[in-house]
Design a protein around this ligand. Structure first.
Ligand SMILES: [Cu+2]
Length: 160
């Protein structure tokens, strides 16, 4: 009886879990759950995060990003300078062969400027990522109030 109940709950939960864990493939690259944090309506910028796995034997490079919802999208990194955290633009981000690069809060991110409108929790918007070898891939950024569950523990217990 208990087993039946557990199976039923799993069946009810799985569609939403599946929907939130969206992912994309581009050549040898695998891009996992692109997301953005909901910002106040008056905020002029937002940031997009995701994880890129490179299953191939050659390094690739993220060259640029663009989206119809923002006037400009830049690749950024956070750096420590004089005891302060600040961010700065980078020209590209290397994706090592057989490795992964996390775009996450306080790390690499895609910075969106001149937003036409801030997206709200639960909404999605398209973002095109252009890689040197894998080419352009359009992903959907899921907007969340808080970092998605599993984001902080992404490194552990994630085997594949
Ligand atoms: Cu930034």
């Amino acid at each position: 009886m208990l087993l039946k109940k557990t199976l039923l709950i799993a069946a009810l939960l799985s569609p939403s879990l599946f929907a939130s864990a969206h992912e994309y493939n581009a050549g040898e690259l695998h891009i996992e759950h692109p997301w953005s944090r909901e910002m106040p309506a008056v905020a002029p910028t937002a940031a997009a995060y995701f994880v890129v796995h490179n299953k191939g034997t050659e390094a690739d490079r993220l060259l640029s990003a663009s989206t119809p919802v923002a006037g400009k999208a830049e690749l950024h990194e956070h750096i420590h300078a004089d005891g302060l955290m600040k961010m700065q633009q980078v020209q590209n981000v290397a994706i090592p062969a057989g490795g992964e690069v996390k775009f996450e809060p306080m790390g690499y991110h895609v910075m969106l400027f001149n937003l036409k409108q801030q997206a709200k929790d639960g909404e999605r918007f398209p973002l095109t990522l252009t890689f040197e070898k894998a080419g352009a891939v359009e992903v959907e950024i899921a907007v969340h109030k808080d970092a998605p569950v599993g984001e902080k523990t992404h490194g552990e217990g994630h085997a594949h």
